[in-house]
Design a protein around this ligand. Structure first.
Ligand code: GDP
Ligand code: MG
Length: 463
C-alpha cells in the first residue's frame, strides 16, 4: 500500500443526489466494476469506499490538460459511494463533515428534484464544498458519443440540434439553481471556484466527462483545499459500518482520515453499552480499484497510512456503534481521554437541538444519522422531545412520549404521538407498548423515506 511522501493526503469525496440521477452508474464507470447490477433495485444501501491511486488519476488528467491545467500532487483520491445523502450524514466527525469535497449529481433531463434540494441543504449546513455533475448528457437529441472522452471536447463535436437541446436544458438547471441562491459556472470557465460552483457535464453510461470530473476534483482539492488535506500526525478515524465478515467475525469498516494505524494497536470506540477497548487483530483492505463491499480476498497489512478506507478485525466489536470516532488506546492516558470524549459525544449531539417538552421521539442507528435527522427536523420546524441511538426499547418509547402518554388519547396532539426510527430494530415489547398506547412508529432505512412517510401523516392529521 502507499505511504504518503508529499505533503498532502488523499482527499475524501462523496457523491450525493436524487435517486436515479446516476450516482452508482458514474462510480461504476470510474472504477470499472459493476456494483449497480448486484444491488437490489439499484438503490445503494451500504457505504463503500474506492481508492484511486495517483497513477490512475494522471491517465485521466491527460485528456483535459490542453484546456485545463492540473498538477496531480495528491497521492490519490478516496471516493465514497453514498445512497442519496444518508451516508454523507454518517460521515461526520465532531460536528463537521469528514468529506472534503462532494459531487452533487443532477440529472440534466430532470433538473432539481426533492433529494437534490435536501442534499443542497445538508451541504450548506455542513459547509462542505461541492461541484456539480450534470449527468446524462448522452440523452440530448442526436448525441454522438465517444467512450470515456472529455465532455468539454464532446460538447463541441455535436450537431447544431444537439447543442441547442443541451443548451436549453442546461440553462433550465442553471436558472433553478440561481433561484435557490447557487451561482454556477462551467468548470473550464470558472476562475473563482470558491464563489461559483463548478459544473461538469457527464454521462455515466458512456463515461464522457469522467476525465473532466476527476480533473476538477484533483484541482479543487489540491489547490483550493491545500490546508485541509495537509498530512497530519494526529490520528483521526471514523467508524463507517459494522458488519460480519466471513472468516473474521464482526468487523468495522473505517475511514482513516489522518495519522496511521498498526496491527496490534489498542483502540477505543463507542459501543451501545459504553466505550469498547480492544486490540487490532487484522488490518484489511480490498484489492486496488475494487470497492469495499465487492466480495473477495482482503489484503492484510502491518500498518496503514491516511487517508484510506479499511476494515478492522478485533475481538468485541459486536456492540460497536457505527458513525462514531475511533481513538488509539496504547496507554492508560489515551484510554482515559478517549473515554471522556466518547461519553461526551452523545451529549454533544443531543445538545445540537433543544429538546422540547412536546415533540416527536427520534431513534437512529448512528450518531451521524441521528444528527442528520435532527438537523432536518430542525429545518422543518418539527419539535423533538427525545433522542436515542441503537435498538428501540419499551423504555425509549415511554421516555420519548411521556408527556403525550399522560393525555387522553382523543385530546392529545397526534403529530407528537410519533417516533421516527431510522435503520434500527424496534424491540417486540416496544412495538407492543406503542400499539397499546396508539403511538405511531415510522420506520425506514433511507432518511428520505422517513420524511416522506411522516410528512404524509402530518398532512392527514391536519386535514
Ligand atoms: P442512482 O440512484 O443515482 O445511483 O442512479 P443509478 O446509477 O442507479 O442510475 C439510474 C438509472 O439511470 C439507470 O437505469 C442507469 O442506467 C441510468 N443512467 C445513469 N446514468 C446515466 C447516463 O449518464 N445516461 C443515461 N442515458 N442513463 C443513465
Ligand atoms: Mg445508487
Amino acid at each position: 500500500l502507499y505511504k504518503p511522501v508529499g505533503e498532502l493526503r488523499s482527499p475524501i469525496c462523496c457523491i450525493l443526489g436524487h435517486v436515479d440521477t446516476g450516482k452508482t452508474t458514474l462510480l461504476d464507470k470510474i472504477r470499472n466494476t459493476n456494483v449497480q447490477e448486484g444491488e437490489a433495485g439499484g438503490i445503494t444501501q451500504q457505504i463503500g469506499a474506492t481508492f484511486f491511486p495517483a497513477k490512475k488519476l494522471k491517465e485521466e488528467l491527460i485528456k483535459t490538460q490542453q484546456f485545463y491545467q492540473v498538477d496531480c500532487n495528491i497521492p490519490g483520491l478516496l471516493i465514497i459511494d453514498t445512497p442519496g445523502h444518508e451516508s454523507f450524514s454518517n460521515l461526520r466527525t465532531r460536528g463537521s463533515s469528514l468529506c472534503d469535497l462532494a459531487i452533487l449529481v443532477i440529472d440534466l433531463m430532470h433538473g432539481l428534484e426533492n433529494q437534490t434540494l435536501e442534499s443542497l441543504e445538508l451541504l450548506k449546513i455542513r459547509k462542505t464544498p461541492f461541484i456539480i455533475a450534470l449527468n446524462k448528457i448522452d440523452r440530448c437529441v442526436e448525441w454522438k458519443n465517444k467512450k470515456n472522452a472529455s465532455s468539454y471536447h464532446q460538447l463541441q463535436n455535436q450537431t447544431k440540434n444537439c447543442k441547442m437541446d443541451y443548451e436549453t436544458k442546461r440553462q433550465q438547471v442553471v436558472t433553478q439553481l440561481a433561484e435557490k441562491g447557487f451561482n454556477v459556472a462551467f468548470y473550464w470557465e470558472n476562475e473563482d471556484p470558491k464563489t461559483y460552483i463548478s459544473v461538469v457535464p457527464t454521462s455515466g453510461v458512456t463515461g464522457e466527462g469522467i476525465p473532466d470530473l476527476l480533473s476538477v476534483i484533483v484541482k479543487y482539492t489540491s489547490v483550493y483545499m491545500k490546508n485541509k488535506i495537509k498530512v497530519k500526525e494526529q490520528f483521526n478515524c471514523t467508524v463507517l459500518e459494522k458488519k460480519v465478515t466471513e472468516g473474521h467475525g464482526t468487523t468495522i469498516d473505517c475511514l482513516l482520515i489522518d495519522g496511521q494505524i498498526k496491527k496490534d494497536d489498542k483502540i477505543i470506540l463507542a459501543g451501545f453499552q459504553g466505550p469498547i477497548v480492544t486490540k487490532v487483530r487484522a488490518l484489511l483492505t480490498p484489492h486496488p480499484m475494487k470497492e469495499m463491499r465487492v466480495k473477495g480476498e482482503y489484503i492484510h497489512h502491518d500498518v496503514i497510512y491516511a487517508s484510506m478506507g479499511l476494515k478492522i478485525s478485533a475481538v468485541g466489536l459486536e456492540d460497536a456503534m457505527a458513525g462514531s470516532q475511533m481513538y488509539l488506546a496504547n496507554s492508560q492516558d489515551d484510554i482515559d481521554k478517549a473515554t471522556q470524549i466518547i461519553n461526551n459525544e452523545m451529549e454533544e449531539v443531543k445538545k445540537y437541538i433543544k429538546l422540547q417538552n412536546q415533540g416527536v421521539g427520534v431513534a437512529a442507528s448512528t450518531l451521524g444519522s441521528l444528527e442528520a435527522l435532527l438537523q432536518y427536523l430542525n429545518s422543518q420546524e418539527i419539535p423533538v422531545s427525545y433522542v436515542s441511538v441503537g435498538p428501540v426499547s419499551k423504555d425509549d418509547v415511554m421516555k420519548a412520549l411521556k408527556n403525550v402518554l399522560l393525555e387522553d388519547v382523543n385530546r392529545r396532539k397526534k403529530e407528537y404521538a410519533c417516533m421516527l426510527v431510522f435503520d434500527v430494530k424496534i424491540l417486540p415489547d416496544a412495538q407492543k407498548f406503542a400499539e397499546e398506547n396508539q403511538i405511531k412508529i415510522f420506520e425506514a432505512n433511507i432518511i428520505y423515506h422517513l420524511f416522506t412517510k411522516f410528512t404524509e401523516f402530518i398532512k392527514q392529521v391536519k386535514e
